[in-house]
Design a protein around this ligand. Structure first.
Ligand code: SIN
Ligand code: FE2
Length: 199
């Protein structure tokens, strides 16, 4: 089922259980080579999510700011974006161009993400595709400028959101997760993948 919420295309239940499980295996393989780490905000505070990436570029944050890099802090190149994710991207965005980065966020118990725009990419005419796996997360969608009215929806395992077009720079964040609401990850938590065209 597809719904438009404040310009975002929300595909509820897009991935079945089998595809979700297969994706978790892919993410495990990625994290084995490029371990998930807690980034620091530009202000020097640790973020509550842990992150890693796949693709030509990986997103990171530290005291020098937000940026894309061509390798993990441990020096290894980012693993390739899994074929299944690329297929999903082509299917839903109808684009031939592949994403340069698949950022992987892990939300453990109590993790959240403040309201922000995805604006470290060069060209905002490309959409961002977000895939949710595991525990449900309360996703808040705001406006193109900070503040104002917002709308919240629970993103559940298998939901896919396309943030593009006029809504590409819409503020969004994750207020909280329902830790333990899904059995997809044996230790609980929520994974979110966002695919981006960076350069
Ligand atoms: C993000 O905005 O980077 C993550 C969104 C989400 O976790 O659903
Ligand atoms: Fe974002």
């Amino acid at each position: 089922m597809k719904a438009q919420i404040r310009g975002f295309d929300v595909h509820k239940g897009y991935l079945d259980k089998l595809s979700q499980t297969a994706l978790i295996e892919e993410i495990r393989r990625i994290a084995a080579k490029a371990p998930m780490l807690p980034p620091q905000t530009p202000g020097g505070k640790p973020m509550s999510v842990k992150i890693t990436s796949a693709g030509k570029m990986g997103w990171s944050s530290d005291k020098s700011g937000y940026h894309y890099t061509s390798c993990h802090p441990n020096g290894t190149a980012w693993p390739a974006i899994p074929e299944t994710i690329l297929a999903l991207w082509h299917q839903l965005t109808k684009l031939e161009r592949e994403p340069d980065c698949c950022l992987i966020n892990y939300y453990g118990e109590g993790a959240r993400m403040g309201m922000h725009q995805d604006r470290d990419e060069a060209d905002f005419s490309w959409p961002v595709m977000s895939v949710s796996l595991g525990d449900s997360g309360l996703f808040r969608i705001g406006n193109k400028i900070r503040g104002g009215a917002t709308e919240s929806i629970w993103l559940e395992s298998g939901d896919v959101v396309i943030m593009g077009g006029d809504a590409r720079l819409t503020y969004h964040g994750v207020d909280r997760i329902r830790f333990g609401s899904s059995s997809l990850l044996s230790k609980g938590g929520r994974l979110n993948l966002t695919c981006r065209v960076v350069v």
